[in-house]
Write a protein that binds this ligand. Structure first.
Ligand SMILES: [Ca+2]
Ligand SMILES: [Ca+2]
Length: 179
């Protein structure tokens, strides 16, 4: 009887290992994150107050389309698809860089990383350019190629995280649902 129990125990253990392996493979997908909205030229909209005074910086809003919180620390932004490991978001402050399920996070594209983990080393080009968000291993998570932008108007997805339906917004919504 005890030998039969042992056998059962071993079989269960092997199944658990096999299930665990499958689970890891599934979770090896890139995170369900989206470049959701950008502002590439600002003179009066939604200032960055990190320094204690208002800076009308560019920004990129990221949307978490997953069912779990996602920490974007360690991911990369690049303005060159051929060089995905461009600027790495710091891993030093997960509280700041974690996005709740269905939540939003604004990263300031102000060329001032010394202002904090949510401040990128580059700015956005109002004339248009490419930006991509890349996994630690260089796989692309999301990308956007935008054209010339209008000052104080953002460019975003019509539906948060929705497929390629982008439009200009006269009222930008950094950190909130696009509408
Ligand atoms: Ca700033
Ligand atoms: Ca928004």
């Amino acid at each position: 009887m005890s030998s039969s129990l042992n056998k059962f125990g071993i079989v269960t253990f092997i199944i658990l290992i096999a299930a665990g392996t499958t689970y890891l493979l599934i979770r090896d997908e890139v995170p369900d994150l989206y470049i959701n909205e950008i502002l590439a030229s600002s003179s009066s909209c939604c200032p960055d107050s990190a320094t204690g005074h208002e800076e009308f910086d560019d920004w990129i809003e990221i949307y978490n389309g997953d069912q779990v919180p996602l920490d974007i620390g360690g991911l990369y932004f690049s303005q060159n698809k051929k060089k995905p490991l461009g600027y790495q978001i710091p891993t030093t402050n997960p509280e700041l860089t974690t996005i709740q399920p269905g939540g939003f996070l604004v990263l300031w594209a102000d060329g001032s990383p010394e202002q904090g983990p949510l401040h990128l080393k580059f700015k956005l080009n109002q004339e248009g350019e490419y930006i991509g968000l890349f996994n630690r291993d260089g796989r692309m998570i999301d990308e956007l190629k935008f054209e010339k932008q209008t000052v104080n108007r953002s460019f975003g997805r019509s539906i948060d995280g929705g497929a390629d339906s982008w439009k200009e917004f006269s009222v930008p919504t950094p950190g909130m649902s696009n509408q």
